[in-house]
Design a protein around this ligand. Structure first.
Ligand code: PLP
Length: 413
């Protein structure tokens, strides 16, 4: 597979900077926009005039970010959101109604898990959970109420890797939408090229990369001219948008059904900061996916219980080498055996910033069971792979040798 970091390092810097006028993206923070005349106002509202209407449904700075992210993933368009959870809510709520079902595969980010199990159930939407390799069970769970197959590109924090093409083949065979949360692997994994329909990001993580802005985005593929799963009875709520907007229907649907009515909209300042981060995304990803492997191998050789698919004993090692040739993001986990030893490791490290974030310039770490997963029962923790001594590490831009030395010292080896 082509090295996608090399391909995108040129494209993204050229898309963020302008050749004429201000080179840095122009930041527009106005909440409202004057129309100039009533006729123009009417045109903006009926869609015939392409000018800003109101910041909840679109912002010019966010629009530039949306274009770049859409081209990064081969989508026809994107809609920026206030956060990654805002993006997940937008992508799902714009397609769901009471009585619908979701099939959730692998993962799963704690916020998404509680959104499915605690919040969507209150609105009559049921989610069924499966491991990435339970393909037969997944097929059997699909029925006429199934609207979304939701997949995380890398299990966070279980580090299991899905066979995305194979799952996309199932989704397409049954005519069900495949939505991929690609937060951990932007550029490394190209979900739409692998057969997915919708890609969800928390841009808060590696895309911005420095904890300066909370944000998210959803990338949508075009509706096809001829046959398309969205034109079937399963997605009948979308049909008026397809009639009016053709290939752009999913964008219009998300803007009306989610942004306008729920308001999980991005703001200009956040989108500006996100673009500044995005500019160096290929460089940071390239460096970090190499460092993650160096650190995983070094700690594994020292006898620590490390979980990363670059290690030969990992159940998805073969899949990692064949399908994840651009790496699988910034994460690895270490099981220290007990909460006490995990706390000691984190407190002794000089490099680790202890925080719930991932994908930062700095190396971050967090004990899982006492933080993000503290409210979950034992059975759920076991399903999600949360053992008592589990630490999630997000490798940063520091030298890999410095990280290894610090970790070996922190582990008292
Ligand atoms: C952080 C994260 C989210 C949620 O993003 P926020 O920007 O924190 O709302 C969703 N999915 C994954 C995989 C994440 O890591």
């Amino acid at each position: 597979m082509m090295n996608r970091f090399e391909e995108f390092t040129t494209r993204i810097v050229q898309q963020v900077g302008k050749k004429e006028g201000p080179v840095s993206p122009v930041m527009v923070n106005s909440a409202s926009f004057g129309y100039g005349s009533s006729e123009t106002g009417e045109g903006i509202f009926d869609g015939s005039v392409k000018k800003p209407l109101y910041a909840r449904v679109g912002n010019p700075t966010s629009a530039q970010l949306e274009q770049i992210l859409a081209s990064m993933d081969g989508g026809i368009g994107a809609v920026a959101a206030s956060s990654g959870m805002g993006a997940t809510a937008m992508a799902t709520l714009s397609l769901l109604r009471a009585g619908d079902e979701i099939i959730s595969i692998g993962g799963l980010f704690g916020g998404t898990y509680s959104y499915f199990t605690e919040t969507l159930v209150r609105f009559g939407i049921t989610t069924h959970f499966f491991d990435v390799d339970a393909l037969e069970d997944i097929e059997q769970a699909i029925n006429t109420a199934t609207k979304i197959i939701f997949l995380e590109s890398v299990g966070n924090p279980n580090m299991r890797l899905p066979d995305i093409s194979k799952i996309a083949e199932i989704a397409n065979r049954y005519g069900v939408v495949l939505m991929v949360d690609n937060t951990i692997t932007p550029l490394s994994v190209a979900p739409i090229a692998l057969g997915a329909d919708i890609v969800v990001y928390s841009t808060t993580k590696i895309i911005t990369g420095n904890a300066s802005a909370l944000g998210g985005a959803v990338i949508f593929r075009a509706i096809a001219e001829g046959e398309d799963k969205f034109k079937t009875e399963r997605y009948r709520d979308l049909h008026p948008f397809i009639k009016k907007m053709g290939p752009m229907a999913l964008i219009a649907n998300a803007k009306k059904r989610a942004l306008r009515d729920f308001g999980m909209s991005a703001n200009g300042f956040g989108s500006y900061l996100t673009m500044l981060g995005l500019e160096t995304l290929p460089l940071r990803m390239d460096r970090i996916v190499t460092s993650v492997e160096t650190v995983a191998h070094a700690l594994n050789a020292k006898g620590l219980t490390v979980n990363h698919p670059c290690l030969a004993h990992h159940p998805h090692h073969e899949r990692y080498t064949s399908q994840f040739s651009n790496g699988c993001g910034t994460l690895l986990t270490i099981d220290m055996g007990s909460k006490e030893r995990a706390f000691e490791f984190l407190n002794r490290s000089h490099l680790i910033t202890i925080t719930a974030n991932i994908g930062d310039s700095r190396t971050l770490g967090l004990h899982m069971a006492s933080t993000i997963y503290r409210d979950f029962d034992d059975a759920t923790r076991e399903f999600l792979g949360i053992t008592p001594g589990l630490i999630r590490i997000s490798i940063g831009l520091e030298s890999a040798e410095a990280i290894v030395a610090d970790f070996i010292n922190a582990a008292n080896l």
